[in-house]
Ligand binder design. Structure first.
Ligand code: UDP
Length: 384
């Protein structure tokens, strides 16, 4: 059979492309290296709890069209992410807001908080921040930087804050109101019953093959001056590739850097509430993990189908790790060196007229879920 598209990767980008292209009358096939669909948004029910197998995923967006789009495939609850940061035995609210400042310095009003920060920022003496440390010091002052940012960020990225780009920290809101909502977006929530259903519904009418690796299974061939990809006797006019862009080109300019994660999940049948919150960040260097997720709190401790309270709990400790071949790549390392290397791969990608590179790994970008959906919808729109 000849298909219009081979979609490599059944993550969010691939699923949205497959669904939209199929709806537009194109023939598609989706493959994935893993034994399940949904990529890193994959959730799986265990003991009544939707477990986020590849780390916490909290949907948030200000893009109304994207919000309406995901709501077609799942009902979202009213979960608001408000993580706690733990520095030794001190607990603080995140993101940085009046609750954090009040706990840290005993201040009460925004003016008092601003005065403390202004003094610390002045002492730091940074006018034009060049890296994450300087950015954090000039935004939040020394106390916040030392207790809540420095060691956490070093653990997460495996390098000092002085060697990281400032933009990473700009993801975090900083506000002078008593508001613990981690995100500034208009819409937020967790799909009742988990994320996997979204991928299942998007792929409902599209053939999917799991445990299938594109790089070892498909090859490019020419037929009457026309380029195709061939896989198991089928032909594909185009490929949408959401794997690692450097792997696609056989690492010919050298590997891009990624950060990986190791998840250690523990079932606690005799504990109903381990930490009182879905997300607790461990911001000190003496603890080897960055955070503990207690999955049941994403759905308020209730079974998504029966709505009955769940007994027992499941927690996941998240350990950052440097990425090596064979491990799952999670975060692109968007520093100057890797940006330059990515630019070289991107130039190669642009020459490949029948391959579209998408998603976090295909575009080597630190993407939130809503941005992935937006990028996939825009990509499909340019194609049809
Ligand atoms: N960050 C921090 N302390 C925290 C949480 C986050 O310093 O308690 C910094 C850290 O540098 C991290 C960045 O903020 O890489 C972005 O955090 P976010 O929670 O958005 O990262 P993600 O959930 O995508 O891993």
């Amino acid at each position: 059979m000849t298909y219009d598209y081979l979609i490599v990767g059944a993550g969010l980008f691939g699923c949205v492309c497959a669904h939209e292209l199929h709806s537009a009358g194109k023939t598609c096939k989706v493959i994935d290296r893993r034994s399940h669909i949904a990529g890193n948004i994959y959730t799986e029910k265990q003991n009544g709890i939707q477990v986020h197998r590849y780390g916490a995923h909290i949907f948030h967006t200000s893009d109304r069209e994207v919000w309406e789009y995901v709501n077609e495939y799942a009902e979202f609850n009213n979960y608001i992410n408000s993580p706690i940061a733990r520095y030794h035995n001190e607990l603080y609210n995140l993101p940085f807001n009046m609750n954090t400042f009040s706990k840290m310095w005993g201040v009460v009003t925004p003016d008092e908080a601003k005065a403390v920060i202004a003094k610390q920022v002045q002492e730091a003496g940074i006018t034009n921040p060049q890296n994450l440390e300087e950015q954090a010091l000039s935004l939040a002052g020394r106390d916040i930087y030392e207790k809540l940012i420095k060691e956490y960020t070093q653990k997460q990225w495996g390098r000092p804050c002085t060697e990281l780009p400032a933009f990473i920290i700009k993801r975090l809101p900083f506000r002078f109101v008593y508001d613990n909502n981690y995100f500034n977006d208009r819409y937020q929530g967790i799909p009742v019953g988990g994320y996997t259903q979204i991928a299942e519904k998007l792929l409902a009418d599209v053939p999917v093959e799991l445990n299938k690796d594109f790089l070892t299974s498909a090859s490019e061939i020419q037929i009457e001056n026309q380029s195709y990809y061939e896989m198991d006797g089928d032909l594909f006019r185009n490929v949408i590739y959401t794997g690692m862009i450097d792997a696609f080109f056989h690492y010919q300019y050298g590997p891009l850097e990624y950060r990986s994660l190791k998840f250690e999940t523990e079932v606690l049948p005799d504990c109903d509430n381990y930490q009182g919150n879905a997300v607790v960040n461990y911001t000190s260097a003496d603890v080897p993990f960055t955070r503990i997720i207690e999955h049941k709190h994403f759905e308020f401790g209730k079974d998504s189908e029966t709505r009955e309270p769940i007994h027992g709990t499941i927690i996941t400790r998240e350990y950052p790790a440097s990425w090596q071949k064979g491990m799952e790549p999670y975060y692109p390392v968007n520093d100057e060196k890797n940006a330059a290397l990515y630019a070289k791969y991107k130039a190669l990608a642009e020459e490949k007229k029948n391959v579209i590179f998408g998603g976090r790994l295909g575009m080597y970008r630190y993407f939130d879920m809503d941005k992935v959906i937006r990028a996939a919808l825009d990509t499909v729109n340019t194609m049809i």
